[in-house]
Design a protein around this ligand. Structure first.
Ligand code: NAD
Length: 361
């Protein structure tokens, strides 16, 4: 299969972690006879330094013409980097918002997996963490409260602010379809999270999700109120498979789910549009404090590349091979500095990539 991939190495540790992810993809391609074609584009600080803007139209077009985008991370030290003296629309992060918008990426996926070998990093009680968990938060990314009308006014000397939370049924339906499709590739359970006891937008959300569920009789659907979900994530995270939710609830819950894994260097993510196209990137930032020192953990980016194979190319077997290679490396006791623990062998970014590649071959 021919896979056209646009890569955005970005800033900080971005180029180091993307290099390891490409190495991993190449190993899978060699094993299964695929042809990976990469084209790099600049985004964030790297683009500002060359073009004066965080993302050019040409870069967007290159990304659009690919089958998928693999990104490292963008941004610098927000207190010392000259990029943060620029107007907000010219700063590195503006590039990320612009590419998400240009590519119509409305579904954000963040898996939160607790690996047995890293259970010690989980801040939950042992009786909870020992059960492990493997969930995926599917968050609507382009609607809801963050995109609704807002204003601040003053009446009779009293300041007043209004934000609006709007969803139409089509916005809900397209993300629900993604959620059910992805649940079919996993443990076949969707927990739809809302606040239907209070909000009209949530009652519509619930109704549309139930309509979509009729086309997926093999997937179990349950509804959960967002406040209960926030509690259940720390009380019994093993119960979840796919958590399907709107923009703001997803923003908060996905951070909570990430934190209970305890390992930022392990967390992959994806943003999808309504075709098979997606942008895949680690959940962490550009870690300028460790950039260029061969200290970064490349696993979040390697697992993002695995998600790309699974969700944009339907290459589930190849994705499983990467996921299993990562698990095996952890089992064999290798760790980068961020996940290091007693009795393990500490390795750098490149060596971690090499060890994963060895286990793919
Ligand atoms: P960060 O995630 O970059 O770093 C937080 C801490 O985690 C640091 O100590 C860092 O060294 C460590 N860390 C992060 N990823 C790691 C990895 N793979 N291996 C080992 N250690 C790792 O968050 P920050 O310091 O708040 O942000 C730094 C820059 O990244 C900022 O400019 C921010 O805007 C940007 N950022 C970009 C994205 C993105 O590109 N999507 C996301 C978040 C933050």
């Amino acid at each position: 299969m021919e896979l056209k991939i646009t890569c955005i190495p970005g800033d900080g540790i971005g180029p180091e972690i993307v290099a390891e992810a490409k190495k991993t993809l190449d190993a899978v391609a060699e094993k299964y006879g695929h042809d990976m074609q990469y084209t790099d584009i600049l985004m964030g600080g790297a683009s500002i330094d060359v073009h004066g803007v965080p993302l050019t139209d040409e870069a967007v077009e290159t990304a659009r013409s690919a089958d998928a985008v693999l990104m490292g991370s963008i941004g610098g030290d927000t207190t010392t980097s000259p990029w943060y003296k620029l107007a907000p629309n010219l700063r590195p992060e503006a590039g990320l918002l612009a590419i998400r918008k240009a590519l119509n990426l409305f579904a954000n996926l963040r898996p939160a997996v607790l690996y047995e070998e890293l259970a010690g990093a989980c801040p939950l009680k042992t009786e909870i963490s020992e059960k492990g968990f493997d969930m995926l938060i599917m968050r609507e990314l382009t609607g809801g409260l963050y995109f609704g009308e807002r204003r601040t006014t003053e009446e009779n000397g009293v300041r007043k602010a209004v934000d609006t939370l709007t969803y139409d049924e089509n916005e809900i339906r397209r993300i629900a379809i993604k959620g059910f499709d992805i649940a079919r590739k996993r443990k076949k359970k969707v927990t739809s999270v809302d606040k239907a006891n209070v909000l009209d937008s949530s009652r519509l959300w619930r109704a549309v999700v139930e309509e979509v569920a009729k086309d997926y009789p093999d997937v179990t659907l349950e509804h959960m109120l967002v406040d209960n979900c926030a509690m259940q994530l720390v009380k019994d995270p093993a119960q979840f498979d796919v958590i399907l939710t709107e923009n703001m609830f997803g923003d908060i819950l996905s951070d909570e789910a990430s934190m209970v894994t305890g390992s930022i260097g392990m967390l992959a993510s994806a943003s999808l549009n309504d075709t098979k196209f997606g942008l895949y990137e680690p959940s962490h930032g550009s870690a300028p404090d460790i950039a260029g020192k061969d200290l970064a953990n490349p696993i979040a980016t390697i697992l993002s590349a695995s998600m790309m194979l699974r969700y944009s190319f339907d290459l589930d077997k190849e994705a499983d091979v990467i996921d299993n290679a990562v698990k095996q490396v952890l089992k064999d006791g290798y760790r980068t500095g961020d996940i290091m623990s007693d009795g393990c062998t500490q390795v750098g970014c490149k060596k971690m990539g090499d060890l994963i590649v060895e286990r793919i071959k």
